[in-house]
Design a protein around this ligand. Structure first.
Ligand code: NAD
Ligand code: ZN
Length: 378
């Protein structure tokens, strides 16, 4: 590659400060250092976690940054010591690394690699190392990825090689939202055949959770959202019942208890709102109900009554659907290619990187499921 070993000057969307539109800038992307891989981003989608960082979080130390973490691309060059990847490989960056060496990577019980949150402190959400800069100013890499850019550099433990026949403008969704929701149902909740489930929040993450419940054999899947426009889509993924909390004047857990003879077997929260996390817990049946928190927030505490857990409910959380970063992704891509996983149905809008602020606005206004941005040609 003619660009290997050189700084690449390219286009990226820079978030200079919180709560402001991002700006398309010319940035410099340094060559990958040891154990790093530089990739050309072909397609990236916008996830609510990008909005959380830009519009909701109050931590200014996470700026300036290049957002974006749900993407697919092609390896441009590799740093010293990288043998797993070669230029031309099709890849998906993963925000949760898998070093393969630590006690957590060696355990089948978790995807929480020891290196993941040392490189990306959870309160900052940006990696401490970055190869991106603009006019001499270092740009933090959001979730270690920064995919709203034509080129980016990621650590080799945070990158998955995928089937070269996979369409990158579709499988980019596997880099976050779809794996997160789907895995929350099948890996974290471990939904059983014949069960009754409730999914709170029907963005891409929640809809993927609905699909996970369906594929796991759930008999009844109750889709809950304050935006009734989402119900049509939820039906496509297998939801059987639809509840809009705005249509009821009693707590939503009571509505679900009435519908299910006392509560659901599994509830999955995909809104990032603490009051919904509590409702989701209260909506599952005592004795054996399992509730999974997927929504992300570091801003507020959740309140609950100890009696809700003492009487047998289990409360869990799930990052990236419990999938180990590198190992989970190729399997999800294969499931899509084998037509066992829906992806196309999540994509409601297609745009280019230049239109990223429009894509962010669409999600803010709750008018999309996923917008896929074309970044570079393959
Ligand atoms: P989204 O904004 O597209 O969807 C959120 C949905 O929740 C919307 O349909 C909205 O109408 C609905 N909602 C809001 N308030 C509600 C309420 N009170 N009751 C019921 N529904 C309500 O977002 P997304 O991209 O699908 O992401 C969902 C959440 O998952 C976000 O918090 C995001 O940060 C988080 N997330 C977590 C992980 C992880 O690994 N744990 C990964 C990706 C995203
Ligand atoms: Zn995401």
């Amino acid at each position: 590659m003619a660009t290997a070993g050189k700084v690449i000057v390219c286009k990226a969307a820079v978030a200079w400060e919180p709560k402001k539109p991002v700006k398309i800038e010319e940035i410099e992307v340094a060559p990958p250092q040891a154990d790093e891989v530089r990739i050309k981003i072909v397609a990236t989608a916008v996830c609510h976690t990008d909005l959380y960082h830009l519009l909701e979080s109050t931590n200014k130390d996470g700026f300036p940054t290049v957002l974006g973490h749900e993407a697919a691309g092609i390896v441009e060059s590799v740093g010293e010591g990288v043998t797993e990847f070669q230029p031309g490989d099709k890849v998906i960056p993963v925000f949760i690394s898998q070093c393969g060496e630590c006690r957590f990577c060696k355990s089948p019980k978790t995807n929480q690699c020891e290196t993941a949150w040392t490189r990306i402190p959870l309160d900052l959400m940006v990696s401490v190392q970055s190869r991106l800069s603009c006019n001499g100013k270092r740009l933090h890499q959001f979730l270690g990825t920064s995919t709203f850019s034509e080129y980016t550099v990621v650590h080799q433990t945070a990158l998955a090689k995928i089937d070269p026949t996979a369409p990158l403008d579709k499988v980019c969704l596997i880099g976050c939202g779809i794996s997160t929701g789907y895995g929350a149902a099948v890996n974290t909740a471990k939904v059983e055949p014949g069960s009754t489930c409730a999914v709170f929040g029907l963005g891409a993450v929640g809809l993927a959770a609905v699909m996970g419940c369906k594929n796991a054999g759930a008999e009844r899947i109750i889709a809950v959202d304050i935006n009734a426009d989402k119900f049509e889509k939820a039906k496509v993924f297998g939801a059987t019942d639809f509840v809009n909390p705005k249509d009821h004047n009693k707590p939503i857990n009571q509505v679900l208890a009435d519908m299910t003879n006392g509560g659901v077997d599994y509830s999955i929260e995909c809104t990032g709102k603490v009051e919904v996390m509590r409702s989701a817990l209260e909506s599952c049946v005592g004795s054996w109900g399992v509730s999974v928190i997927v929504g992300w927030t570091d801003l507020y505490d959740v309140a609950f009554r100890s009696s809700q857990l003492v009487t047998g409910r289990t409360w869990k959380g799930s990052v990236f659907g419990g999938f180990k970063g590198k190992h989970g992704v190729p399997g999800m891509v294969k499931a899509y290619l084998d037509k066992k996983l829906k992806l196309d149905e999540f994509i409601t809008h297609k745009m280019t990187l230049d239109q990223v602020n429009d894509a962010i606005d669409l999600m803010k206004q709750c008018k999309c499921i996923r917008t896929v941005l074309t970044v570079c040609q393959e």
